[in-house]
Design a protein around this ligand. Structure first.
Ligand code: KIV
Length: 265
C-alpha cells in the first residue's frame, strides 16, 4: 500500500463487539493497543497493563475479526527483562491471543529484541515518538522530536528499526515535518497518530473517535461521533422507564396458559 500510495487506515479495538464493527467497516488493520489501560480498564496510563490483560482482550478481538490484520501491543516490561522472555511473550500474543503481529515501543534500545522476535517468525511493528509506556521518563504526554537533535535521533531510530526487521512503524505525536522525513527515509509504512498527513497511514483510538472516552482528548483526535451522550441518554431513559414501570412493556414479556398457572396454587 505504501508503494501504491494508498493510505492505510488503522483503528484500535479491545473486545468482540467493537472488533466485529471495526472489521466490517473496511479498516485495514486493528491494533489491540495497551491504550486498553486508559480507555477500558480505567488506569491513568498504559503502565499497569499486564500480559494476561492483553491476551484476554486480544483473544476477544481475534474472535470478531474476519478480514483485517490484528496487531497486539506488547505491554510494559513484557519485552525488557530478557530476549527469551520477550520472544515467549510475543509468541503468547500470537498463539493464545491469535494475533498476526505484535507492536512494541522504542528505538535503538529495542533493536536486538525486534531481531529476536522477528527471527521467531513473528511480525513486529515499531512505535516511536511519544511512547506512552515511557510517559514518566518523558515527563508527560508531550510532542517529541521538536528540536533538531531529538528529531535526528528519531530518524536514526526509525532506520535502525527498519534494519532490525519491523514491517511498519507507528509515529506518535511528532511534528509533521519530521514524520515526512522519516516516511520518505524508510521503506516500511509509517502509521501516524498526531504525526500529520505525510505518514503512509493513520491510527486513532476508537473510543476517542467515537466520543466514548473524554477523560482527556489529545489535539490530534478527530471525533466522528458522540456516543458518550447517546449512551448516557439511553441509560437515563432506561432508568426512568424502570422507575415509572414503562419498561418492560407487553412486547417484552412471556405468558403462560391460565390452566397451567392454576396448577401452582
Ligand atoms: O495503545 C495504543 O492504542 C497505541 C496507539 C495509540 C498507536 O499504541
Amino acid at each position: 500500500m505504501k508503494q501504491e500510495g494508498t493510505p492505510i487506515a488503522m483503528l484500535t479495538a479491545y473486545d468482540y463487539p467493537m472488533a466485529t464493527l471495526v472489521d466490517a467497516s473496511g479498516i485495514d488493520a486493528i491494533l489491540v493497543g495497551d491504550s486498553l489501560g486508559n480507555v477500558v480498564l480505567g488506569y491513568d496510563s498504559t503502565v499497569p497493563v499486564t500480559m494476561e490483560d492483553m491476551i484476554h482482550h486480544v483473544r476477544a478481538v481475534s474472535r470478531g475479526v474476519k478480514r483485517a490484520m490484528v496487531v497486539a501491543d506488547m505491554p510494559f516490561l513484557s519485552y525488557h527483562i530478557s530476549r527469551e522472555e520477550s520472544v515467549r511473550n510475543a509468541g503468547r500474543l500470537m498463539q493464545e491471543g491469535l494475533a498476526q503481529a505484535v507492536k512494541l515501543e522504542g528505538g535503538s534500545e529495542v533493536v536486538d529484541t525486534v531481531k529476536a522476535i522477528t527471527a521467531a517468525g513473528i511480525p513486529v511493528m515499531g512505535h516511536l515518538g511519544l511512547t506512552p509506556q515511557s510517559v514518566h521518563q518523558l515527563g508527560g504526554f508531550k510532542v517529541q522530536g521538536k528540536d533538531g537533535e531529538a528529531a535526528r535521533r528519531l530518524l536514526e531510530d526509525a532506520k535502525k528499526l527498519e534494519d532490525a526487521g519491523v514491517f511498519a512503524i507507528v509515529l506518535e505525536c511528532i511534528p509533521q515535518q519530521l514524520a515526512k522525513v522519516i516516511t520518505e527515509s524508510v521503506s516500511v509504512p509509517t502509521i501516524g497518530i498526531g504525526a500529520g498527513i505525510h505518514c503512509d497511514g493513520q491510527i486513532l483510538v476508537t473510543h476517542d473517535l467515537l466520543g466514548m472516552f473524554s477523560d482527556f482528548t489529545p489535539k490530534f483526535v478527530k471525533r466522528y461521533a458522540n456516543l458518550k451522550e447517546q449512551i448516557l441518554q439511553a441509560c437515563r431513559d432506561y432508568q426512568q422507564e424502570v422507575r415509572s414501570k414503562a419498561f418492560p412493556g407487553p412486547e417484552h414479556v412471556f405468558n403462560m396458559a391460565e390452566e397451567e398457572l392454576k396448577k401452582i396454587y
